[in-house]
Design a protein. Structure first.
Length: 321
């Protein structure tokens, strides 16, 4: 299967992961449609390609709008989601409607249209729970600790059911902690943004002992594109990470070292985090490696690239991209 001259839909295509995916697909001469309600995504993320793609401003909760946009697509990358654990705890109904009902709408639309498009679902490591051992494989227990994780797991079950019962071609990716350019929230952005404003004091949420598996955005996209061209992967679920864990304290220290302020900044940890915050998440990517996937960018290199993007984008306090 080839992306050249294919029709590709990216839901949530103005967000962090979706916009990075759209940019890479554009380089492959793909005919791209972006579907986004722009509640958290930004047209700034599409600045370089907006004149060359079709942009539909709508919501995955609107079934008729979804059905209209999925028609005649060869690939559908379903990236639209409420991706915040704290927000899902604050408003679980909204989270479920976007993540679960929105996913059902995409599946039902393809079914009604008798489409043979490949549907790729961006799920999350949030479907897992606390594990006594790490890394976490695709066969590890699925016990979400938040409404966000529960809504993503519901989406996964819907995908598997529609694949088994109706024969839809689907693929599920459990992303761990993805980071990189265009990401304007979550820990990487928060740390750099705080240090931009003040370099002598840094407050960090939690104990700092939480362990995460951070994967650079280009490799997260590579994983999706690789599997989307691999028929033997269809109907399956894959962890997407690096297989390497790092504590938040280590991450903070690496940030300070890259910025050259390791002896200047005093770091304080709140020792409290949000409800549903899983303490240890490291991906077992043996299954992905079986398809030739191997992320190679080291965390220090990825962070340096992210910081360079941030400095360019937020120079003198102004958001430029």
């Amino acid at each position: 299967m080839s992306f050249n001259d294919s029709n590709v839909l990216v839901t949530g295509g103005a967000g962090f992961t979706g916009a990075n995916l759209a940019r890479i697909l554009f380089e492959k001469r793909t005919k791209i449609t972006i579907f986004d309600n722009f509640s958290s995504g930004s047209m700034l993320n599409l600045r370089e390609i907006k004149n060359y793609v079709t942009i539909v401003k709508s919501d995955v909760r609107d079934f008729e709008a979804v059905k209209k946009v999925v028609a005649d697509q060869d690939f559908v990358f379903h990236m639209a989601a409420n991706a915040s654990v704290p927000d899902s705890i604050e408003n679980p109904s909204y989270d479920f409607k976007v993540n679960a009902v929105g996913t059902l709408n995409v599946l039902k639309a393809l079914l009604d249209l008798d489409s043979d498009a490949l549907l790729v679902f961006a799920s999350s490591a949030g479907v897992y729970s606390e594990q006594d051992s790490a890394p976490i494989s695709e066969k590890s227990p699925l016990k979400p600790l938040s409404p966000y994780g529960a809504s993503k797991l519901t989406g996964e079950i819907l995908y598997q059911t529609f694949s088994n019962v109706y024969g839809l071609r689907t693929l599920r990716l459990r992303y761990f902690n993805v980071y990189g350019p265009l990401q304007r929230k979550y820990i990487m952005f928060d740390l750099v943004n705080k240090l931009r404003k003040r370099q002598d004091i840094l407050e960090v949420l939690g104990t700092g002992n939480q362990i995460r598996d951070f994967i650079y955005i280009s490799y997260a996209i590579d994983a999706a594109l690789l599997l989307a061209k691999t028929p033997s992967a269809f109907g399956e679920v894959f962890n997407v990470g690096t297989g390497i864990g790092i504590t938040i304290r280590e991450l903070v220290n690496l940030f300070l070292l890259i910025l050259g302020i390791q002896h200047k900044a005093k770091v304080f940890y709140t020792n409290e985090s949000w409800k549903g915050d899983v303490q240890k998440l490291i991906a077992d990517i043996t299954k992905m490696k079986g398809h030739g996937f191997q992320p190679e960018i080291e965390l220090e290199t990825g962070l340096t690239r992210f910081i360079d993007w941030f400095n360019t984008s937020y120079s003198q306090g102004q958001r430029t991209v």
